[in-house]
Design a protein around this ligand. Structure first.
Ligand code: MN
Length: 202
């Protein structure tokens, strides 16, 4: 029997990102949304296994789409939680190798923040704005993800990212996504980004 996906604990309390992200948003986001992705990914794998054993007939395209949607939701959220930190610990400007790399690749933290914010604001519908590391060109690259499918296929390590699905901010900011993005800069965890970058850069 293969292992199943499990919901990882948050590295801080649900209330710790306040006032930027509320306890209610964090609680629902982690215990309902992320848990649903974990359950969905496990359910899809179970369906595939049953189908192989001849115990169930499945629409493989639908099941694989379900699997992709849910496992990528799980991967992205597992990345997202430690990629934030309570204000004071999170926010500010990046140091370490990631700080140097942002300066080198984007021409400074302000230019990086401006372009990342622009990308985050303009993701169409639900999705994510992410910074990935492209080892082929040795640079940090920005990407917009609509919904969340198939991200694990890209193969580029995640460095920094923001969840732009309404469930991540609508309780706190109603229709004002830009205000959420602005507040999120106060909880971005640059130490986590630095550790992720150090692991994959040469
Ligand atoms: Mn989410």
């Amino acid at each position: 029997m293969a292992k199943t996906y499990t919901l990882p604990p948050l590295p801080y309390k649900y209330s710790d990102l306040q006032p930027h992200i509320s306890e209610k948003t964090m609680t629902l986001h982690h215990t309902k949304n992320h848990q649903a992705y974990v359950n969905g990914a496990n359910a899809a794998l179970e369906k595939l296994e049953k189908s192989r054993k001849g115990e169930a007939q499945i629409d493989i395209r639908a099941v694989l789409r379900d699997y992709s949607f849910n496992v990528d939701g799980h991967i992205l959220h597992s990345f997202f939680w430690p990629n934030m930190a309570p204000p004071g610990k999170g926010g500010g400007n990046p140091g370490g190798k990631i700080g140097d790399k942002i300066n080198q690749d984007f021409g400074g933290i302000d230019k990086f923040k401006a372009q990342f914010t622009d990308a985050a604001k303009t993701v169409e519908g639900a999705g994510w704005a992410l910074v990935l590391y492209d080892s082929e060109t040795d640079q940090l690259v920005l990407t917009q993800v609509e919904k969340q499918n198939n991200m694990h296929l890209a193969g580029m390590p995640l460095i920094v990212g923001i969840d732009l699905w309404e469930h991540a901010w609508v309780h706190d900011y109603l229709t004002d996504r830009p205000k959420y993005i602005e507040a999120w800069w106060n909880v971005v965890n640059w130490s986590d980004a630095d550790a992720r970058f150090a692991k994959v850069s040469h």
